[in-house]
Design a protein. Sequence first.
Length: 343
Amino acid sequence: MHGTGWYISFQREGTFDVYSKEGVEAEIVVPKNVAFSDYGVRMQEMMEILVDTEKRSAIDIHSDIHLMNASDSISYRIVDSFNNGTISLATMEEILESHRRISASAYMDVAKPGEKYHKSCLSGFTALKNLRMGQTSYGSYVVRFLYSQNADSQSQVRLEGDILADPIILKLATKTIESSRVIRDAVESGKDDLSDSSISYNFVDSLIGLRCENNVSKVEMSKHSFANPESKVLPVDLGKKIFFGMEAIADNMKPAEPSVDRVFQGWLSRAIKNSSEESEHTFKLTFLDDQSQINAEVALSGSEMNAAYRSMEENKFISIKGTLTGYASKKTIVNTSDFRVIE
């Protein structure tokens, strides 16, 4: 109630509170004990008044009531070539992982502004361990992410309406939207660099991950604030051309450092036969990096290819040495050697 502009205009200790709102004639009575005989009736009255005054569905309002331990939320509206309100499971996986990395990178950008390249976002992942998903409105496919403050708390809102929260997490939804807008505007202006020093390479790389599969034509990012509904942040549209333009920006932001081979340990899935070279197949490798799952493609042939298929059949981990190239979900491991199945 406090999060949407209502305030307590009258209280009877231990019995009920009366809520009022400027410009609204109706008042809402909230009993202080669920055992009261009229509790259900009062809750129904409250919902009817909120639906009428906020011009929203009861489902949306009910969702917000249960999610008030979150400070903000970000929604992605995904438009694909089918545009029938569904997306593939592979696309959903990429969106989930991309948003997790976007949020961790945005956290680091707020916590350590000016650092263009974060080699580790571990503290961001740790701070956002309570990141959640919630219900969305009906319509085209929408996924909603909630920046929860404390999963063990019923509410993180004082009666005065302000959030009891990590001050950095309170800024993340706005920071994510505004940084995405700066990047989009730079691409649309034909720029391959950013004037905003508070946006890191990690954030740009993570944002590219929302490109997902080829059938996704547009992603619309929008923010909803539970604590301050009057705070308006305009949505940001990211189309195919914008995502491809981000790579030039990422190229200029990544520090110049020699390519260093490293060992990747993980599991293989999904094999694709290369049309140009039938004796070589491309596999999807999932490995752990900075406490996060990363996907990359790796081409294998001969005995290594046969061993790769065996690892998939027997659900065994593999190890391979190589150099990681590319961005977001389009990463590739090249110059490979020392492939082995971990028995």
